[in-house]
Design a protein around this ligand. Structure first.
Ligand code: DAH
Length: 361
């Protein structure tokens, strides 16, 4: 093999062996740069005799063309491979779950979760939400709800009273969410379908009572709203809330000044092995008070009892949260202990819905 073929074989091997564009550039400089091996051969042409040039010229130019062609092809191949690698490294699988950011580590308090669940269930039945203040007047918390001044039922509420103001009025921390019923009836015409979740206060503290707790009130006022409707609403609520297909409920006669008749509702459960299960068993658990709104309350709120009637109920949110999620003690609910919250709390991005699941996390 002559010198030119030899050089060609060696340069083409270098071109094929270059692994990236920088290495390929080194090969080009070594062959075709100012001091390159092919450039050196091209320079020898000037000193040759015409016959020599006729013979060597095509060989040397041919070598240059072959190397140049090989360089161009290799450069394209390397650029294409680099692009492929880049595209492969940037592949994004949009079907993968979202990677959790710091916001996903926070937890929703069980009370907030349960209020969201209750809202989702009653919202689906066509109820809207009504709210009222925690600091309430005696009139709205008691008198308008048919607790006459001096009535013994007032004493059962262990009320926190404020000192009388300049006009002698003594405000209080509402002892139940029932004053929101009154506010709603005073503010809007029937038909009314509202639930009123919120904080309530009584001087009481033990494993299942705290001075501040939560209730949700329900109120329906219409021309023909009756106990059958109340029973259906409560049954549907319990099935949806406790996520069971069947629930057995017991309506016991009771007394509240603002309803007539009044009832307390128990649901059937089993307590085998210290664990409460609903929809089975032979035990009963009280979950709420309810009844037909007393005609005096309707009158006090500007609703004509000859035209309208309705039903109401009041339920302890903390209590049903404890029952549903198996929390034995109410006090830690309000101690703001992060360890408790990370155990009993709910994932912030899983909103409770009837279609997606109330408590899917
Ligand atoms: N307000 C009552 C309580 O705190 C609960 C209650 C009972 C509310 C019957 C109602 C009802 O609306 O109809 O003990």
């Amino acid at each position: 093999m002559n010198e030119i073929d030899h050089l060609g074989t060696s340069l083409l091997a270098d071109v094929a062996g270059a692994q990236d564009e920088a290495a390929l550039e080194q090969v080009r400089i070594a062959a075709l740069g100012k001091a390159g091996s092919i450039s050196a051969l091209l320079k020898t042409l000037g000193a040759m005799t015409p016959d020599e040039r006729k013979e060597k010229g095509p060989l040397i130019n041919g070598l240059r063309d072959r190397v140049q062609t090989a360089l161009t092809a290799r450069r394209e191949a390397l650029a294409e491979a680099a692009l492929e690698a880049k595209l492969a490294s940037e592949t994004l699988d949009v079907s993968l779950p979202v990677r959790e950011g710091p916001e996903a580590r926070g937890r929703i308090h069980p009370i907030s979760q349960v209020i969201d669940e209750i809202t989702a269930i009653f919202g689906d039945m066509g109820f809207s939400i009504a709210e009222g203040p925690d600091v309430e007047t005696d009139d709205l918390n008691f008198t308008k709800l048919n607790f006459p001044v001096g009535h013994p039922a007032r004493e059962m509420h262990d009320t926190f009273f404020f000192a009388p103001d300049a006009s002698g009025e003594r405000k209080l921390l509402r002892t139940h969410t029932s004053p929101v019923q009154v506010r709603t009836m005073l503010a809007q015409e029937p038909p009314i379908r509202v639930i009123c979740p919120g904080r309530t206060y009584r001087m009481d503290s033990d494993q299942t009572h705290t001075p501040m707790f939560h209730q949700v009130e329900g109120l329906v006022i219409d021309r023909q709203a009756h106990l059958g409707h109340l029973k259906w609403v409560l049954e549907e609520f319990c099935k949806a809330f406790f996520e069971i297909d069947n629930v057995k409920m017991r309506f016991r006669p009771s007394f509240f000044p603002f309803t007539e008749p009044s009832m307390e509702v128990d649901i059937q459960c089993s307590r085998k092995g210290g664990e409460i299960r609903f929809g089975e068993g032979d035990d009963w658990l009280e979950i709420l008070g309810c009844g037909m709104v007393h005609p005096n309350v309707l009158k006090n709120c500007g609703v004509d009892p000859e035209v309208y009637q309705g039903f109401a109920w009041g339920m302890g949110i903390d209590r049903i949260a404890m029952l549903k999620y198996g929390m034995p003690d109410l006090r830690p609910f309000f101690e703001a202990d992060v360890r408790w919250l990370s155990h009993y709390g709910f994932r912030p991005l899983d909103l409770p819905t009837l279609t997606g699941g109330l408590s899917s996390s």
